[in-house]
Design a protein around this ligand. Structure first.
Ligand code: CP
Length: 309
C-alpha cells in the first residue's frame, strides 16, 4: 500500500523508511515513462516553489526548475546573494515570509540547520538540494540509475571512493536502507563521521545489507557492482592541495577498476575534476553512466516534489 508523504520535508534519507524511499523510486520510474510518452501530468498545477541557492549549481538548479515547470508549477529560482538574507535577515524570518507565498521550498545551503529552520518556520515542505551534511536528491537519482542499469539494488556492492562528505553520507543512508553492500574507501582522517556510519550499520542490520569503511582502495573496489566518486575538495573547503595528495590512491582509474566486476558501472555526481578523482578514460569509458545519472535528477526530483507538495 502506498504511504502518504504529503506535507513531509525531505532533508536527509536517514528520516525516511525503505517503503517511503521505494515509493519515491517507483514514482520516478513512472514519471520518466510518462515524460518520454509525451504526457507529463500537471501534478504541481498552480503551485509556486522557491528554489534557493547559497552555493553554485548547474544540475540541481536546472533539473529542479525544469521539473517544476514540466509538472505545471512555477519555479522561483533565488540566489541568497540577491535576497535580504545577504544583509542579515534571519532564516526564520525569511522562512515565515516565503511560507505565505509558496507551497514548497527547495534549498541548497551550507548548514543542515538552515534547512531545519526553513522547515520549522515556513510551514511548507522543504527539500534539501545539498547541504554540508547530505545530498539526498542526488542519491535518490543515483539509486534510480542503479535500478535501471542492474535491475535491482539489494545485494549489490556499492563502493564510494574519496572524501567522507555529504554525498558519502547519503550513500551510506540510502544504500544501507536498500540492503546494499555499502563500502567507503578513503584515506585515514577523511572517513565519514562515526554517527553517520553507526546509523547506516543499524539500517543495514535491518535490511540485510552491510557497511564497510576501509583505507584500502583495492579492498573497497574488489568485486564492486558500482564504483562512485566525487570531487576531493567540496565547495567552500580550504586546504585543497594537501588533501588532493592524500586522495591520490583513491583515484578512479582503469588500473583500480580492474578489481571491480567486469560489468561495474561508474558513477559521479558531477561536476568532475577530470584527472583528479577520476580519469578521462574512465569517465568517458564504456562503464560510465554519469550522464544517465545526471538526467535522472530531473525524474527523481519530479517524484519527490509531486509526492511531498
Ligand atoms: N550533482 C550536483 O548537485 O550538481 P550541481 O552542483 O551542478 O547542482
Amino acid at each position: 500500500m502506498a504511504v502518504n508523504l504529503k506535507g513531509k520535508s525531505f532533508l536527509t534519507l536517514k528520516d525516511f523508511s525503505r517503503e517511503e524511499l521505494e515509493q519515491i523510486l517507483f514514482q520516478g520510474e513512472k514519471l520518466k515513462i510518462e515524460h518520454y510518452g509525451g504526457k507529463d501530468e500537471p501534478l504541481l498545477n498552480g503551485k509556486s516553489i522557491a528554489v534557493i541557492f547559497e552555493k553554485p549549481s548547474t544540475r540541481t538548479r536546472v533539473s529542479f526548475a525544469v521539473a517544476i515547470h514540466e509538472l505545471g508549477g512555477f519555479p522561483l529560482v533565488l540566489e541568497t546573494t540577491n535576497m535580504q538574507m545577504k544583509r542579515g535577515e534571519t532564516v526564520p524570518d525569511t522562512a515565515r515570509t516565503l511560507g505565505r507565498y509558496v507551497q514548497g521550498i527547495v534549498a541548497r545551503v551550507f548548514a543542515q540547520k538552515t534547512l531545519e529552520e526553513l522547515r520549522d518556520y515556513s510551514g511548507v515542505p522543504v527539500i534539501n538540494a545539498l547541504s554540508d551534511y547530505s545530498h539526498p536528491c542526488q542519491i535518490m537519482g543515483d539509486l534510480l540509475t542503479i535500478k535501471e542499469k542492474k535491475g535491482k539494488l539489494e545485494g549489490l556492492k556499492f563502493t564510494y571512493l574519496g572524501d567522507g562528505n555529504n554525498v558519502a553520507n547519503s550513500i551510506l543512508f540510502g544504500g544501507s536502507k536498500f540492503g546494499m553492500i555499502v563500502t567507503i574507501g578513503g584515506p585515514s582522517g577523511f572517513e565519514p563521521k562515526s554517527d553517520v556510519v553507526e546509523a547506516a550499520k543499524k539500517f543495514a542490520e535491518k535490511s540485510g545489507g552491510s557497511v564497510l569503511i576501509t583505507n584500502d582502495p583495492v579492498e573497497a573496489v574488489k568485486n564492486a557492482d558500482i564504483v562512485y566518486t566525487d570531487v576531493w575538495v567540496s565547495m567552500g573547503q580550504e586546504g585543497g592541495e594537501e588533501k588532493k595528495n592524500v586522495m591520490l590512491p583513491y583515484q578512479v582509474n582503469r588500473e583500480l577498476l580492474e578489481h571491480a566486476k567486469e560489468d561495474v558501472i561508474v558513477m559521479h555526481c558531477l561536476p568532475a575534476h577530470r584527472g583528479e578523482e577520476i580519469t578521462d578514460e574512465v569517465i568517458d569509458g564504456p562503464n560510465s553512466v554519469v550522464f544517465d545519472e545526471a538526467e535522472n535528477r530531473l525524474h527523481i526530483q519530479k517524484a519527490i516534489l509531486s509526492l511531498l507538495i
